[in-house]
Design a protein. Sequence first.
Length: 374
Amino acid sequence: MGCCGKLFKCSAVLVAFVAVGVGLGLQKHVWGAIDNSQFLRGMFPALHQGTPFGFVMDDIPEAGLQGKTVVVTGANVGLGYWTAHHIASKGAHVVMCCRTASKCQVAVDSIKKQLPTASLEPASLDLNSFKSVKAFSESFASKHSNLHSLVLNAGIMVPPFTLTADGIESQIGVNHFSHFLLTKLLLPVLTSTATAASPVTVVAVSSAASFQSYPEGVRLSLDEMNNEATYSKQDAYGQSKLANILFAQELAEQVKGKHILVNAIHPGGVQTELMRHALTSIDAGLSKISPAFAKWFTLNMVETPIKALAWTPEVAALTQIYTAVGPQLLKERTTGQYFHPIARLHKPPDHASDSKLQKGLWQLSEKVLASKGY
């Protein structure tokens, strides 16, 4: 298992524990005690037993989002797809951002089969490239005078060490820096849309992986982030997800008084394509021992338990939808917070309370973008 890294060890233990717990029929109060832990809260549906969701789609009236424009990144699959689907079902115009136009169109057509009157706009946005981020932002601003919510959903998880088109380690590059640039470029539209009576929102989709990062939380130099010799794909993923929280908190401070609400969320353990690199890594490592065993283990000890225990993206998307368009959050003007499934306030990782790290990441992000001409 050494080849699979700490993340997979922890995941295997967690899946096994939950599986055993379900099999033994753990009592509600036991699940509740586990659910109170900082890391595990809401991770799986079983841990939510006896606790009502903080939000459901019925909280939004039919056509209650009519006239609203929402941008969702990574909208062709998983959480992004269902975020777009649910929000469009309430009347909003949803700009669905995907790496390629063809993937977007397939997703749009799929939603249209269920929601024929849905207002959906496919858009190409490759977060591996700052050039693509800028091109999308300019195109959006030329077509739309309003933006009511920006959902920063797209991401990659534990790939082998690679660099983005702009020479940045891919996980921090895609998951943080490109979303940072996208928000910066769309902020003028968000600001002009926001009013005291109708605030706008920015949602950073993080992960419980933010609890497992490098010792310093986030490496505050591009050279350190790009150091292949010290690269850990699990810690680098955790770093990028911690960066999402730090970014949301700092942005929330910077836009105070502008009626822009910024929050970060953890969607829980979800059945999505995000696990593809992890599954490939497990399979590759175990194949050195036995290809047949690797195939059996990946299917029976990882994929099948995850499918049985994890949230479906259709349900897990509710947490980010709540922070994007939830009536209660908008009414209470909640900002700078962190939510676990389903739509429940919770304490983020300890590193997230480090104001120096928060501001240091923002300064580094500005510096990196400036060095690349953005």
